[in-house]
Structure formats: structure tokens, C-alpha cells
Design a protein around this ligand. Structure first.
Ligand SMILES: Nc1ncnc2c1ncn2[C@@H]1O[C@H](COP(=O)(O)OP(=O)(O)OP(=O)(O)O)[C@@H](O)[C@H]1O
Ligand SMILES: [Mg+2]
Length: 284
């Protein structure tokens, strides 16, 4: 691990602290106060013989934003993929433990994985619209679900694009290619596509790392709006972003969740020295 010391370290921590909206001292950092939407118990995950996650235990409350931070290779994306069984698509993987999403044990053999992935949508680092029109991108999921009624599809597309704060920018060109949109617009289109199948949870893996600061701001505002209706779990490399937009934060290090708690608490009074070292920029 490289140890870095410089004058920016303190100012970075101060910036994070000043961007924290609420800091309520002494609140519980372990328990779900509201309804527990995602519960992870004793999770171990392996790629072949290599273990990538070690005994992870967390409970994510319904609605709100949970951010996952930690250095490259610590297991953030692996953890996110486990939550909607995207890891099933990678051969040679193995999982131990129990994961409950909205009360359902998602690794139960009876689980319908297609339904699960509708309930738990995913937005990736690189916007990945299909090479189709804006309309057809958003209508894609509902059509696969069997929705053929044009008027209903039109409504779903409009509602989803409004939900993703993109409607006003594209309403007059719904039948133009999605790939003609800017990167930030494409990312919001991917969010609209995820919303169109009415998920409960949105997983986002570094959704703003490939777009410019203005588009990033729009996505951050959007995430805060969406979290009144959806549970959002976001991986970010940007600690200021985690501090700005999340209610809870988890810090991963070498496959272990070192600390999980209220964002306000984790960034100002971390319980673990390793968290303190990471958020003050001493490594990573
Ligand atoms: N498909 C895969 N096959 C084998 N090993 C993998 C695979 N994907 C990830 N890993 C390994 O699992 C560990 C965790 O990787 P993961 O991608 O989850 O990290 P991360 O925290 O998302 O990193 P980054 O911040 O760079 O995206 C790493 O050691 C990585 O090499
Ligand atoms: Mg990753």
C-alpha cells in the first residue's frame, strides 16, 4: 500500500464534511430504522479458487441512497452484481451466505431470476443504450414483458423519461437514434430504460465516471429525486459524491466491508482506523 501525505488531505476531508447535509450524533449505524430492503448475511464470494468477498453483512433500508466506496479491486462491483444475480453469468463463481431482497431469498432455487432483475435494475459505468431509437430503448423491457398496446407503451416511455429527467430534452425526437445523444443524456436514457420495468432497487456502478461535471450534477440531482421512490445502491470512486448524495455508506477493503453506517457518521467520525485512513486520502 502506498502511503501518501500532502496538504490536500485535510482540505479534502473538510470538503466532504462541509457537503454533508445532516449530522446527527449518536444515531445507530447498524440497524435498519425503516423497512429493510436488502439484507446480506455471511456473504462469501469466489471466482474459482479466489475469494473476492469475505463475510459481508449489511442491511439496506428501503428508499434512500447507499454508497459503496473503496479502492480499485476491493469487490464493490462484485458485491453489486451479487444483488441481482448478474454473477450467475460468470462461470466458475460460487457464493455462500444469504441475501434477501424485499423479503425474498434471492439465491433460493425457486427464485425467478428474470423477475429479480426487473425488481433490481442496474445502470453501468459506460452508458450502454441499444442501437435503436430513444423510444425503443425505453419500451424495450415492457415489450419483452408482452406489452403491445401503443398508447400504454407511449405512457410508459413518457413517464420513465420524465422520471429520469430527460423528457424535456428528447420529447420532440423520440424516434431518433439513442446513440446520437450526449454521454450524460445516454446515461439518463439508461436510467429511464431501467425505470420502465418498474424496479424497486437501482444498482449503479460508477454511473458518472464516464461523463462531464455538468452531466454528473444532473445525475446526482436525479439520484436524490429518485431515492424518494426507489432504493439506490451506488458504487463511486468519488468520496465527495458519496458524501453529497448518500444516506448510508459502506467502505470495502480487500473484499471485506470494513465499515457500514450513516454517511454523516462514516465521513466525520469513522469507527475504524482503516476508514479514517482511506477517507483522508492516506491510501487508495
Ligand atoms: N469476472 C471475474 N473473474 C475473475 N475475477 C474477477 C472477475 N471480476 C472481478 N474479479 C476479481 O475480484 C476482485 C474484486 O473485483 P471488483 O471488480 O469487484 O472490484 P471493484 O472494487 O469493483 O474495483 P474497481 O473500483 O476497479 O471497479 C478483484 O480481485 C478482481 O480481479
Ligand atoms: Mg468496479
Amino acid at each position: 500500500m502506498i502511503k501518501v501525505k500532502n496538504d490536500n488531505i485535510k482540505s479534502e476531508k473538510e470538503t466532504i464534511e462541509s457537503s454533508l447535509a445532516v449530522y446527527s450524533e449518536g444515531e445507530s449505524e447498524e440497524e435498519c430504522n425503516g423497512y429493510c430492503e436488502v439484507k446480506v448475511e455471511g456473504l462469501n464470494f469466489y471466482y474459482g479458487a479466489a475469494q473476492a468477498l469475505f463475510n459481508v453483512n449489511i442491511m439496506v433500508e428501503e428508499k434512500g441512497v447507499a454508497a459503496l466506496i473503496g479502492p480499485s479491486g476491493c469487490g464493490k462491483s462484485t458485491f453489486l452484481r451479487v444483488l441481482n444475480r448478474m454473477n450467475d453469468l460468470i462461470s466458475g463463481t460460487r457464493l455462500e451466505g444469504k441475501i434477501t431482497v424485499h423479503g425474498e431469498d434471492i439465491y433460493d432455487p425457486a427464485t425467478d431470476v428474470v423477475k429479480l432483475r426487473k425488481k433490481v435494475g442496474m445502470v453501468f459505468q459506460q452508458p450502454n443504450p441499444f442501437p435503436k431509437s430513444i423510444f425503443d430503448n425505453v419500451a424495450y423491457g415492457p415489450r419483452i414483458d408482452g406489452q403491445k398496446n401503443k398508447a400504454v407503451l407511449g405512457e410508459i416511455v413518457e413517464e420513465s423519461l420524465k422520471g429520469a429527467a430527460l423528457w424535456d430534452e428528447v420529447k420532440d425526437r423520440l424516434h431518433e437514434p439513442a446513440l446520437a445523444l450526449s454521454g450524460g443524456q445516454q446515461q439518463r436514457l439508461c436510467i429511464a430504460r431501467a425505470l420502465a420495468v418498474q424496479p424497486r432497487i437501482l444498482l449503479m456502478d460508477e454511473p458518472t465516471s464516464a461523463i462531464d461535471p455538468i452531466a454528473t450534477q444532473k445525475i446526482e440531482d436525479l439520484i436524490r429525486d429518485l431515492c424518494t421512490d426507489y432504493t439506490i445502491i451506488i458504487v463511486t470512486h468519488n468520496m465527495q459524491q458519496a458524501a453529497r448524495i448518500s444516506d448510508h455508506t459502506g467502505f470495502f477493503l480487500q473484499g471485506k466491508m470494513v465499515e457500514w453506517g450513516k454517511t454523516s457518521q462514516l465521513f466525520t467520525k469513522p469507527a475504524d482506523q482503516k476508514t479514517e485512513d482511506y477517507i483522508t486520502g492516506r491510501f487508495g
